[in-house]
Design a protein around this ligand. Structure first.
Ligand code: PMP
Length: 337
């Protein structure tokens, strides 16, 4: 068998994408809709951000900005940094990652294990020059041979979703998709898929999901960036409209609180056997709310961004949840046959 046999993936890069689209049985039955989750936690670096990391890196190579032995610098909540570090190892670059110290110990520890140079910084708002994203841009500018991935405003991010995630969803559903629901961090996943699906069928309803503490729900529903409260979810929500989100279709928005997101990920664990992260709780709960708004008989697609393994010491720890005023959902007493 030749090394280029179609069944063989070419390294880490070749293994990114083409993830399963999983029907969430219990929630589909509950709503009378077909609720589907794109299994992005099955990417080789463990999250949806492998796609953005790859798209950004390939464009930087193609433009000549990133040269052999160069450094890739990024400010990240963790997953983009993890994807980038795998790719840097696979392609001969150094990774320098700036991450807010509020992110989970699992993600920060994993970045170090993978060999990234990790700088943890206090979590401060984007308007502060020491915000992790802005700091990463300055470090890149000051480091010889470095490129700044700039995932929030580099459109290579949403292009990769337009070119891969969107077409995969279209093919996997045979074009039978009524709604697309996703929370946004950079906006790359939401916007790339929304733009692609609308191009195929303008009737596809695109719904932005948002945690508390983010300004995007009020922006999407009333045009004004305003946030209240906070969230324990990581990697999603924003105080501004990034270049990646700008111009993406938004037909509706759903805001989900942390307790509801927790109930959702524990349901996914007990009823579906899926062990997933907090942003998935926001996405799937918003997909269920969208199903309620649309009524039975619709097909709704969302994203299963990463695994619960990255949040074991938080979302799956009763004491940590209690310290945040949250209740660990009780075990499901009776699972319907
Ligand atoms: N969920 C998780 C766990 C993430 O890390 C991210 C990215 N920060 C997202 C969702 C959102 O993806 P995007 O940046 O494409 O909006």
């Amino acid at each position: 068998m030749g090394a280029d046999h179609p069944g063989i993936s070419q390294g880490f890069v070749g293994a990114v994408g083409n993830t399963p689209l999983i029907r969430l049985a219990a929630l589909s039955e509950l709503t009378g809709c077909t609720i589907l989750g794109k299994a992005e936690f099955m990417n080789p670096g463990g999250s949806v951000k492998d796609r953005a990391a790859l798209g950004i890196l390939l464009e930087a190579e193609q433009s000549g900005e990133l040269r052999p032995g160069g450094t890739v610098v990024e400010g990240t909540a963790g997953n983009t940094g993890i994807g980038l570090t795998h790719l840097c190892n696979a392609r001969g670059y150094r990774a320098l990652i700036v991450i807010p110290e509020t992110q989970s110990a699992e993600k920060i520890g994993l970045l170090r294990s993978l060999g990234a140079e990790v700088r943890t910084v206090p979590a401060v708002p984007y308007r502060d020059p020491n915000n992790y994203v802005r700091l990463s841009g300055r470090i890149a500018a000051d480091t010889p041979g470095a490129v700044w991935a700039n995932q929030f405003d580099n459109l290579a991010n949403r292009r990769t979703h337009f070119n891969s995630t969107g077409p995969e969803i279209w093919q996997q559903t045979g074009g039978q998709v009524d709604a697309w629901v996703a929370a946004t961090g950079t906006g790359g996943t939401y916007a790339g898929v929304a733009l692609y699906l609308k191009q195929q069928n303008p009737a596809v309803r695109c719904v932005l999901a948002d945690p508390h503490g983010s300004a995007l729900y009020s922006w999407a529903t009333g045009g004004e960036l305003r946030s209240e409260g906070s969230s324990i979810t990581e990697g999603i929500g924003n105080s501004r409209v990034t270049a990646n989100l700008d111009g993406a279709p938004v037909d509706d928005a759903v805001r989900i609180d942390d307790q509801q997101a927790l109930e959702t990920i524990y349901q996914l664990l007990w009823r579906e056997g899926l062990f997933l992260g907090g942003s998935v709780g926001i996405n799937v709960a918003a997909a269920v709310e969208t199903a309620r708004r649309l009524g039975p008989g619709h097909t709704i697609v969302t994203v299963l961004c990463d695994s619960g393994d990255r949040y074991r010491s938080r979302l799956y720890d009763r004491d940590w949840l209690a310290s945040r005023g949250l209740r660990q959902p009780a075990a499901v007493a009776e699972v319907p046959a």
